[in-house]
Design a protein around this ligand. Structure first.
Ligand code: MF3
Ligand code: CO
Ligand code: CO
Length: 272
């Protein structure tokens, strides 16, 4: 089995991929992003999260790709769908979307052995003002982190950029879940924290592949996992949002592998 053993490892155990490997990540990232694009018109009041997951499973199948999450640590679905106060790892099922629900849909596909992992926010029906602000801040926080990606910066610079931006908006960054290295494997070093101090942590180098996926709460940062052992919710029941891109470090900055081909990464508030 190919365990991702290519390129070399840094002293922190972070794999440095070769320039030819970017092409594998582009293909995987593009499929994941296309699937999220195709879901946009299906996120409707009355729809179930289980039906959305069924469509995702079918799209992965039709593309001749594989779901990274089906069978991962016993998880049985092609997506995580996290509604309202669910922070992440919401299990798709019979839950019916109602007017004003906000949801993150997170899809990870495997294409020719490469992993593409991305998530974004959607809304069913009419978006409330406070949810709109949360989603905007979370989206912009991801990009604050992305803009810190360049050789010579550190992972702490990414976390610091995200945390300082979010807290200035009087929202909070979830500490209990983080981004991760990926490539020929789903989750690899490093843990990409969405908080931290500038200049700390491992140095970024060209050829590193990882996700940045901040979760932001309107209330306090604490989470708890429900009895299903997956669903993470805010302890104070406040709304939570998340966006995720798979990123590669280039010679002078970054490449986003999971950009939306249709330009739908940011939720389309403009509807109506
Ligand atoms: N896609 C998630 C991430 O961003 C992981 C989901 S694992 C699952 O890392 F098993 F819950 F699907
Ligand atoms: Co991820
Ligand atoms: Co993900």
């Amino acid at each position: 089995m190919d365990d991702g053993n290519r390129g070399r490892l840094t002293k922190d155990g972070i794999r440095i991929y070769e320039s030819a490997d970017f092409e594998g990540m582009r293909k995987a990232g593009k499929l994941a992003a296309e699937i999220l694009d195709a879901l946009a018109p299906l996120v409707l009041v009355g729809q179930t999260t289980g039906e959305l997951d069924r469509v995702i499973t079918q799209m992965i199948d039709e593309a001749g790709a594989k779901s990274a999450t089906i069978g991962y640590k016993g998880y049985q679905h092609a997506s995580c769908i996290s509604v309202n106060h669910v922070v992440c790892h919401g299990i798709p099922g019979g839950k019916v979307l109602k007017d004003g629900d906000i949801l993150n849909i997170d899809v990870t596909v495997i294409v020719n052995g490469w992993y593409g992992d991305t998530s974004r926010m959607y809304v069913a029906g009419k978006l409330s003002r406070k949810a709109e602000r949360l989603i905007q801040v979370t989206h912009d926080a991801l990009f604050k982190g992305i803009e810190a990606v360049r050789p010579g910066n550190t992972f702490g610079d990414i976390g610091h950029a995200i945390q300082s931006f979010v807290e200035a908006e009087r929202m909070s960054v979830v500490r209990d879940f983080c981004g991760h290295g990926l490539g020929r494997v789903f989750h690899a070093p490093p843990n990409v924290l969405h908080y931290g101090r500038a200049g700390t942590g491992p140095m970024l180098e060209e050829g590193m592949f990882f996700t940045i996926e901040p979760m932001v709460n309107l209330g306090r940062p604490e989470t708890k996992v429900l009895a299903d052992d997956w669903t993470a919710v805010t302890r104070d029941k406040s709304l939570s949002a998340q966006f995720e891109h798979s990123v590669g470090v280039t010679a002078d900055g970054y490449e986003l592998f999971t950009l939306s081909p249709a330009g739908l990464f940011h939720p389309t508030y403009e509807q109506e």
